[in-house]
Design a protein around this ligand. Structure first.
Ligand code: EPU
Length: 293
């Protein structure tokens, strides 16, 4: 395969994805690529297409469980400076998809722009948050979206308006695209108010969620009008362990990697949780995390 020819960005073969995911689990990516700019990205997409190698976009690696066998794919990370740009126009902020949400929230705050604070503490990128319509405390990033700039898998760049994109709970219709940037509509507030909001949301998160060990956030989506964490808790599964994977004592929808968990351990624990919740409540839990490989 000579698809790397002409690429200006970084290409690594046989990259361990346990180093690249917040779960710290997973085998090797056949290739791990960080294109330098949109032209480079286009070159990569077209080369991957003609070589029939699938592309997987990793974001911050925070909502993914990678198989122990790894993935036969190009894992794409938009980490170059050009994919992390920020610009402002009155109360609208345009942010590159590779930017971490934490940086986005701080930059907005420094500009006196509010609306993103509820996302504080989510360890994701702008692109990843859009792709899964990340949210917390009853709100989602989609509430703020005005436009999204994307590249399709033919290398064509386009701008989609809010009405061209379907968002739902932890879902969005941008799956056929690589997200490049988003225009987000915010409101003016003082830096003091914004910082207080950020502190409040980080406090809620600290008090209810578990970041003591590597994890991938909530494992299952919430069923309609219910909480997956509450249902798993009511099944008495807090602390349940398979191999190195363990249900958090603090929040039952979190699985912790106790140091040596395999993807197999996590999947077995997920199957057990689904079965117990199904048997007890007749509710089928759907994974929120993406499973690769
Ligand atoms: N609960 C329990 N036991 C538990 C966990 C929760 O009884 O082990 C109860 C809580 O006491 C509360 C209810 O369940 O009454 C809801 O819990 P929580 O407020 O923690 O929210 P959640 O529904 O479990 C959702 C999102 C989180 C988001 C929080 C805050 C999903 C799957 N989870 O959690 O998102 O941070 O609300 O808004 O939508 C994520 O997406 O990765 C994530 C963590």
């Amino acid at each position: 395969m000579n698809w790397q020819r002409g690429l200006k960005g970084r290409v690594k073969a046989q990259e361990s994805l346990s180093r690249r995911t917040t779960f710290k689990i997973g085998g090797l990516a056949e290739f791990f690529v960080e294109p330098r700019d949109s032209a480079d990205l286009k070159l990569l997409i077209l080369a991957a297409k003609s070589s029939k190698v699938p592309i997987l976009v990793i974001g911050a690696g925070s909502n993914i469980l990678v198989s122990d066998r790894g993935v036969k794919a190009i894992v794409l990370r938009l980490n170059a400076t050009l994919f992390k740009r920020i610009s402002y126009s009155r109360n609208v902020m345009e942010a590159g998809s590779g930017l971490m949400l934490g940086h986005l929230i701080l930059a907005a705050g420094n500009h006196g722009l509010s609306g993103l604070e509820f996302l504080a503490g989510i360890p994701g990128t702008v692109g990843g948050a859009l792709a899964m319509n990340a949210g917390a405390w009853g709100r989602s990033i989609s509430d703020l979206v005005e436009k999204v700039r994307v590249m399709d898998y033919n290398g064509t760049t386009k701008t989609l308006g809010r009405k061209d994109i379907k968002f739902a709970y932890r879902r969005c219709s941008l799956t056929g695209y690589i997200i490049l940037s988003a225009r987000l509509k915010l409101v003016k507030k003082t830096k003091k108010e914004i910082n207080e909001n950020i502190k409040k949301f980080l406090g809620y998160r600290r008090n209810t969620q578990d970041t003591s060990l590597p994890n991938a956030g909530c494992i299952f989506k919430n069923p309609p009008a219910n909480s997956a964490g509450r249902l798993i808790d009511l099944c008495g599964l807090k602390g349940k362990r398979i191999g190195g994977a363990c249900v958090s004592q603090r929040h039952a929808n979190f699985i912790l990697n106790q140091g040596n968990a395999s993807a197999g351990d996590v999947l077995k624990l997920m199957r057990l949780i689904r079965k117990r919740v199904k048997d007890k409540f007749k509710v089928t839990l759907e994974p929120e995390i993406k499973i690769w490989g």
